[in-house]
Design a protein. Sequence first.
Length: 335
Amino acid sequence: MLPHRTPRGSSSIRLLGPILVKTLGTDNHSSFRGGGSLATVPWLTGSVSRARQDRVLALLSRDAEWITAAALADAIGVTPRSIRSYVTAINGRVSDGVAIESGPQGYRAGPEAGAAQRAGGPEVGTPRDRLHRLVRALLAAPDGIDVFDTAEEFHVSSATFDADLARVRALLGNLEGSGLVLERTAHRARLRGTERGQRRLLSRLAHDETEDGAFDLDALRRALGVDSIGAAAFGPFKEELVSELTALGYFVNEFGIGDVMMHVAIAADRTARDHGLEETGLADGGEAARRIEAVIDRLSTERLGVAFGPGDLRHLAALVQSRVVAPGAAEPVAV
């Protein structure tokens, strides 16, 4: 009699004496970090990752109650850490609001759960979307990022993530004068350089997102991250800044103020993350600059909830003086 063979890819249980032994098939997945790289297997990325996110969302939407990460992990067949990653990805599908709420009791469906179910997942993002998201992750982590965890969070293979890191390195090579360097070890990647250089990088991303160079809040939100700025704050800020500058005798053109607003948004984002600009190398612009500094200081506190330091105020005042006065227009009032 021919011996019984278990079909490849299946899972069965055989009784050997008093011991139950479960044979391993393709439904039993493990990922090992060997030789400094992450095993690239289909179930970590693409449609399987999206399907697991959708299952999490469906479970929460069906029960409409708090469910712990451990309970969700058991239901999906992953770790609680993966559940946290899925929740982050699901919330990233909606630009406003929350698809999944989190709290001490775990997770539950939020107001935008339905919108998240209809939206595309992170894996459908363009290479430029992934590049910008990776740059933001590197800028937000002074000590660097774990390349394996970040690849899983981005829902891409290790090979794709390595290619994206190479694109970051190429971007830095074309960013003249930034002084930024991408350092890579077996498990970590980090940006090394000055705050001024990092802001040049953010400015490049913002320009890449903007089609015609004009102030575009949606483009800035894509470059800096949707959680960085709000239209409700920056609209009034811009209007009042133009009004104040006009009262000081400046002629404000739209293109010039758009560039200033882009740098204000970058400065606000970095300051809110405790990365203010130092005064080193910034020249004193005199009494006219100090008047502009006072205006920006007041408006940023009132409208943006951000208190700029001396370095940022001096930098932004210098930008105003160089970019908002059209040639042949009225000069600032005498000081």
